[in-house]
Design a protein around this ligand. Sequence first.
Ligand SMILES: NC(=O)c1ccc[n+]([C@@H]2O[C@H](COP(=O)([O-])OP(=O)(O)OC[C@H]3O[C@@H](n4cnc5c(N)ncnc54)[C@H](O)[C@@H]3O)[C@@H](O)[C@H]2O)c1
Length: 268
Amino acid sequence: MNDLTKFELKGKTVLVTGGAGFLGQLFGKSLADAGANVVLADLNLEASEKAASEISAQTGGTVIGVAMDVTNKENITTTIEMIVSKFGSLDVAVNNAGLDPKFDATVPTNDKQFENYPEEFIRKSLEVNLLGATLVAQASVRQMLKQGNGNIVNISSLYGINGPDQKIYPEGTQKPVDYSISKGGLVMLTKWLATSYASKGIRTNTMTLGGVIRNHPEDFQKKYGAKVPDGKMVGQDEIGAPLVFLASQASSGVNGCNLIVDHGFSAY
Ligand SMILES: NC(=O)c1ccc[n+]([C@@H]2O[C@H](COP(=O)([O-])OP(=O)(O)OC[C@H]3O[C@@H](n4cnc5c(N)ncnc54)[C@H](O)[C@@H]3O)[C@@H](O)[C@H]2O)c1
């Protein structure tokens, strides 16, 4: 294995939660390009299967879509059992599923002030973004301990490490507290797992992303760009390779780190 072949994921099986979503599909394609067997797990079976078959057609790789709710322990366990019986192992688990709540300013209860922010929103985000990732990590670790190796990547956000500048968001669409506290928690989930399971051959890292460009209004791009050293949002083609790095042997010495892909937004 030379330094370049260390990036290859041939024969490795990777679970991507939230795999039918925007970034889940981008991650799935990059992982399949690197040779991995990819399992896209999302709430809706049809959406997962559609995403999987599209990526499979583009890459020629083995990509399957499954229905899995990250808040449902039995569901996670059954999915991992299926993965192991089909592919023989679960080598990498990517905790990507998430709720990125936005205010609908037209709903009267959705007062954008923190002091009136509905408790149910906070509970739901914590349940999916943080508890869900923890449950997936727990079930993955159970399998990875049997294998004697494994790799977990938690997808966090700029707003899990920095407070949002609400001035860049249009009225009524501010970044709420539940997103930040759940994404910040993932950084700590990474560190806890990294220190607790390194001796068992299981590495855990965070990949933190800045805003990934996707039909954002020009005005928003301008305001966001003013806060970034090179003025840019993250490109859709800039997130897959860093994930492949963390998922592969190329990062064998990297454990507990937070790889920040944000064009330097958080460096200020
Ligand atoms: N898009 C960005 O610019 C950006 C920036 C930083 C971080 N992130 C993070 O990246 C991840 C993916 O974001 P995205 O932009 O692709 O969002 P998205 O909404 O397109 O995808 C999220 C996916 O998670 C799935 N999901 C929600 N609840 C689930 C559950 N209980 N079980 C299983 N799946 C569930 C949704 O169905 C959806 O397909 C999120 O964790 C988000 O916080 C995104």
